[in-house]
Design a protein around this ligand. Structure first.
Ligand SMILES: Nc1ncnc2c1ncn2[C@@H]1O[C@H](COP(=O)(O)OP(=O)(O)OP(=O)(O)O)[C@@H](O)[C@H]1O
Ligand SMILES: O=P(O)(O)OC[C@H]1O[C@H](OP(=O)(O)OP(=O)(O)O)[C@H](O)[C@@H]1O
Length: 209
């Protein structure tokens, strides 16, 4: 039996057509069940929060998983194999703020984000120490109420930024969803995982042809 950890929400919705194409569609109520059989007798799904997917796969509670590159960058992806870019849930990780936001001289820049590790690394690479304010959502509000000078957040269409009067200041990384694999399982269950990785790769190529 193989276990695939799926990120519930946006990524799961965008993953369903691929699962359907390769015969792994969930065979149960994905809105309520946390562990769901798939149409294939040898694969089951875990339906979990995106931020938990790397942990389940790293510890081997799931053999493989699907998760955003943003979450992998924040988690630190060295403990997992990342063999395939699925090309779904595409967006960009950006520094954003009010128009005309300038570097500050008298104090550290204050940055609100759901991604403290990525943010710390990004500014440290530029030799800047920043004050990081960890938030769990609605980052766009922070500069408006002077909780932070800027935010580090995901941008796709740019509509959320625009609606809140914010602009992109810097580009950090392009983001899409990745297939990740537990390192030990890649050895002990190699043939089965290889088979499904090939199916995912074919389906992804077909979808983007
Ligand atoms: N606007 C967007 N357009 C495209 N992809 C996005 C967008 N926002 C987020 N994503 C991608 O989808 C993933 C999941 O986002 P989603 O909004 O479903 O979860 P979340 O609400 O951030 O998760 P949690 O419930 O753990 O806080 C993100 O990690 C990112 O990779
Ligand atoms: O550029 P846009 O197309 O407007 O998309 C960007 C928005 O999408 C994400 O939020 P999401 O809609 O997932 O809400 P949440 O993370 O606050 O739950 C992200 O955190 C931005 O707020």
């Amino acid at each position: 039996m193989l276990t695939l950890a799926l990120s519930k929400g946006r990524i799961l919705e965008e993953t369903l057509p691929t699962l359907q194409a390769i015969g792994l569609q969930p065979a149960g109520d994905i809105d309520r069940l946390l562990r769901v059989p798939s149409r294939h007798p040898e694969v089951q799904h875990l339906i979990i929060r995106p931020t938990d997917v790397p942990t389940y796969v790293e510890y081997g509670a799931a053999d493989f998983g699907i998760v955003g590159k943003d979450i992998l960058m924040e988690h630190g992806s060295g403990s997992l194999y990342e063999p395939l870019d699925l090309g779904i849930a595409q967006c960009r990780l950006m520094v954003a703020g009010l128009p005309g936001t300038k570097p500050l001289r008298h104090r550290r820049l204050r940055v609100a984000t759901k991604y403290p590790e990525i943010t710390r690394r990004y500014f440290a690479q530029q030799g800047k120490q920043v004050e990081i304010i960890k938030l769990y959502g609605s980052m766009e509000l922070a500069p408006l109420v002077e909780l932070a000078d800027v935010i580090v957040d995901l941008v796709a269409t740019g509509k959320t930024l625009k609606a809140n009067g914010l602009v992109v200041l810097e580009h950090i990384a392009d983001v899409s969803s990745r297939l990740v694999v537990n390192k030990a399982a890649m050895k002990t269950k190699h043939a089965a995982l290889r088979y499904w990785l090939d199916r995912f790769r074919e389906a992804t190529e077909t979808a983007h042809a």
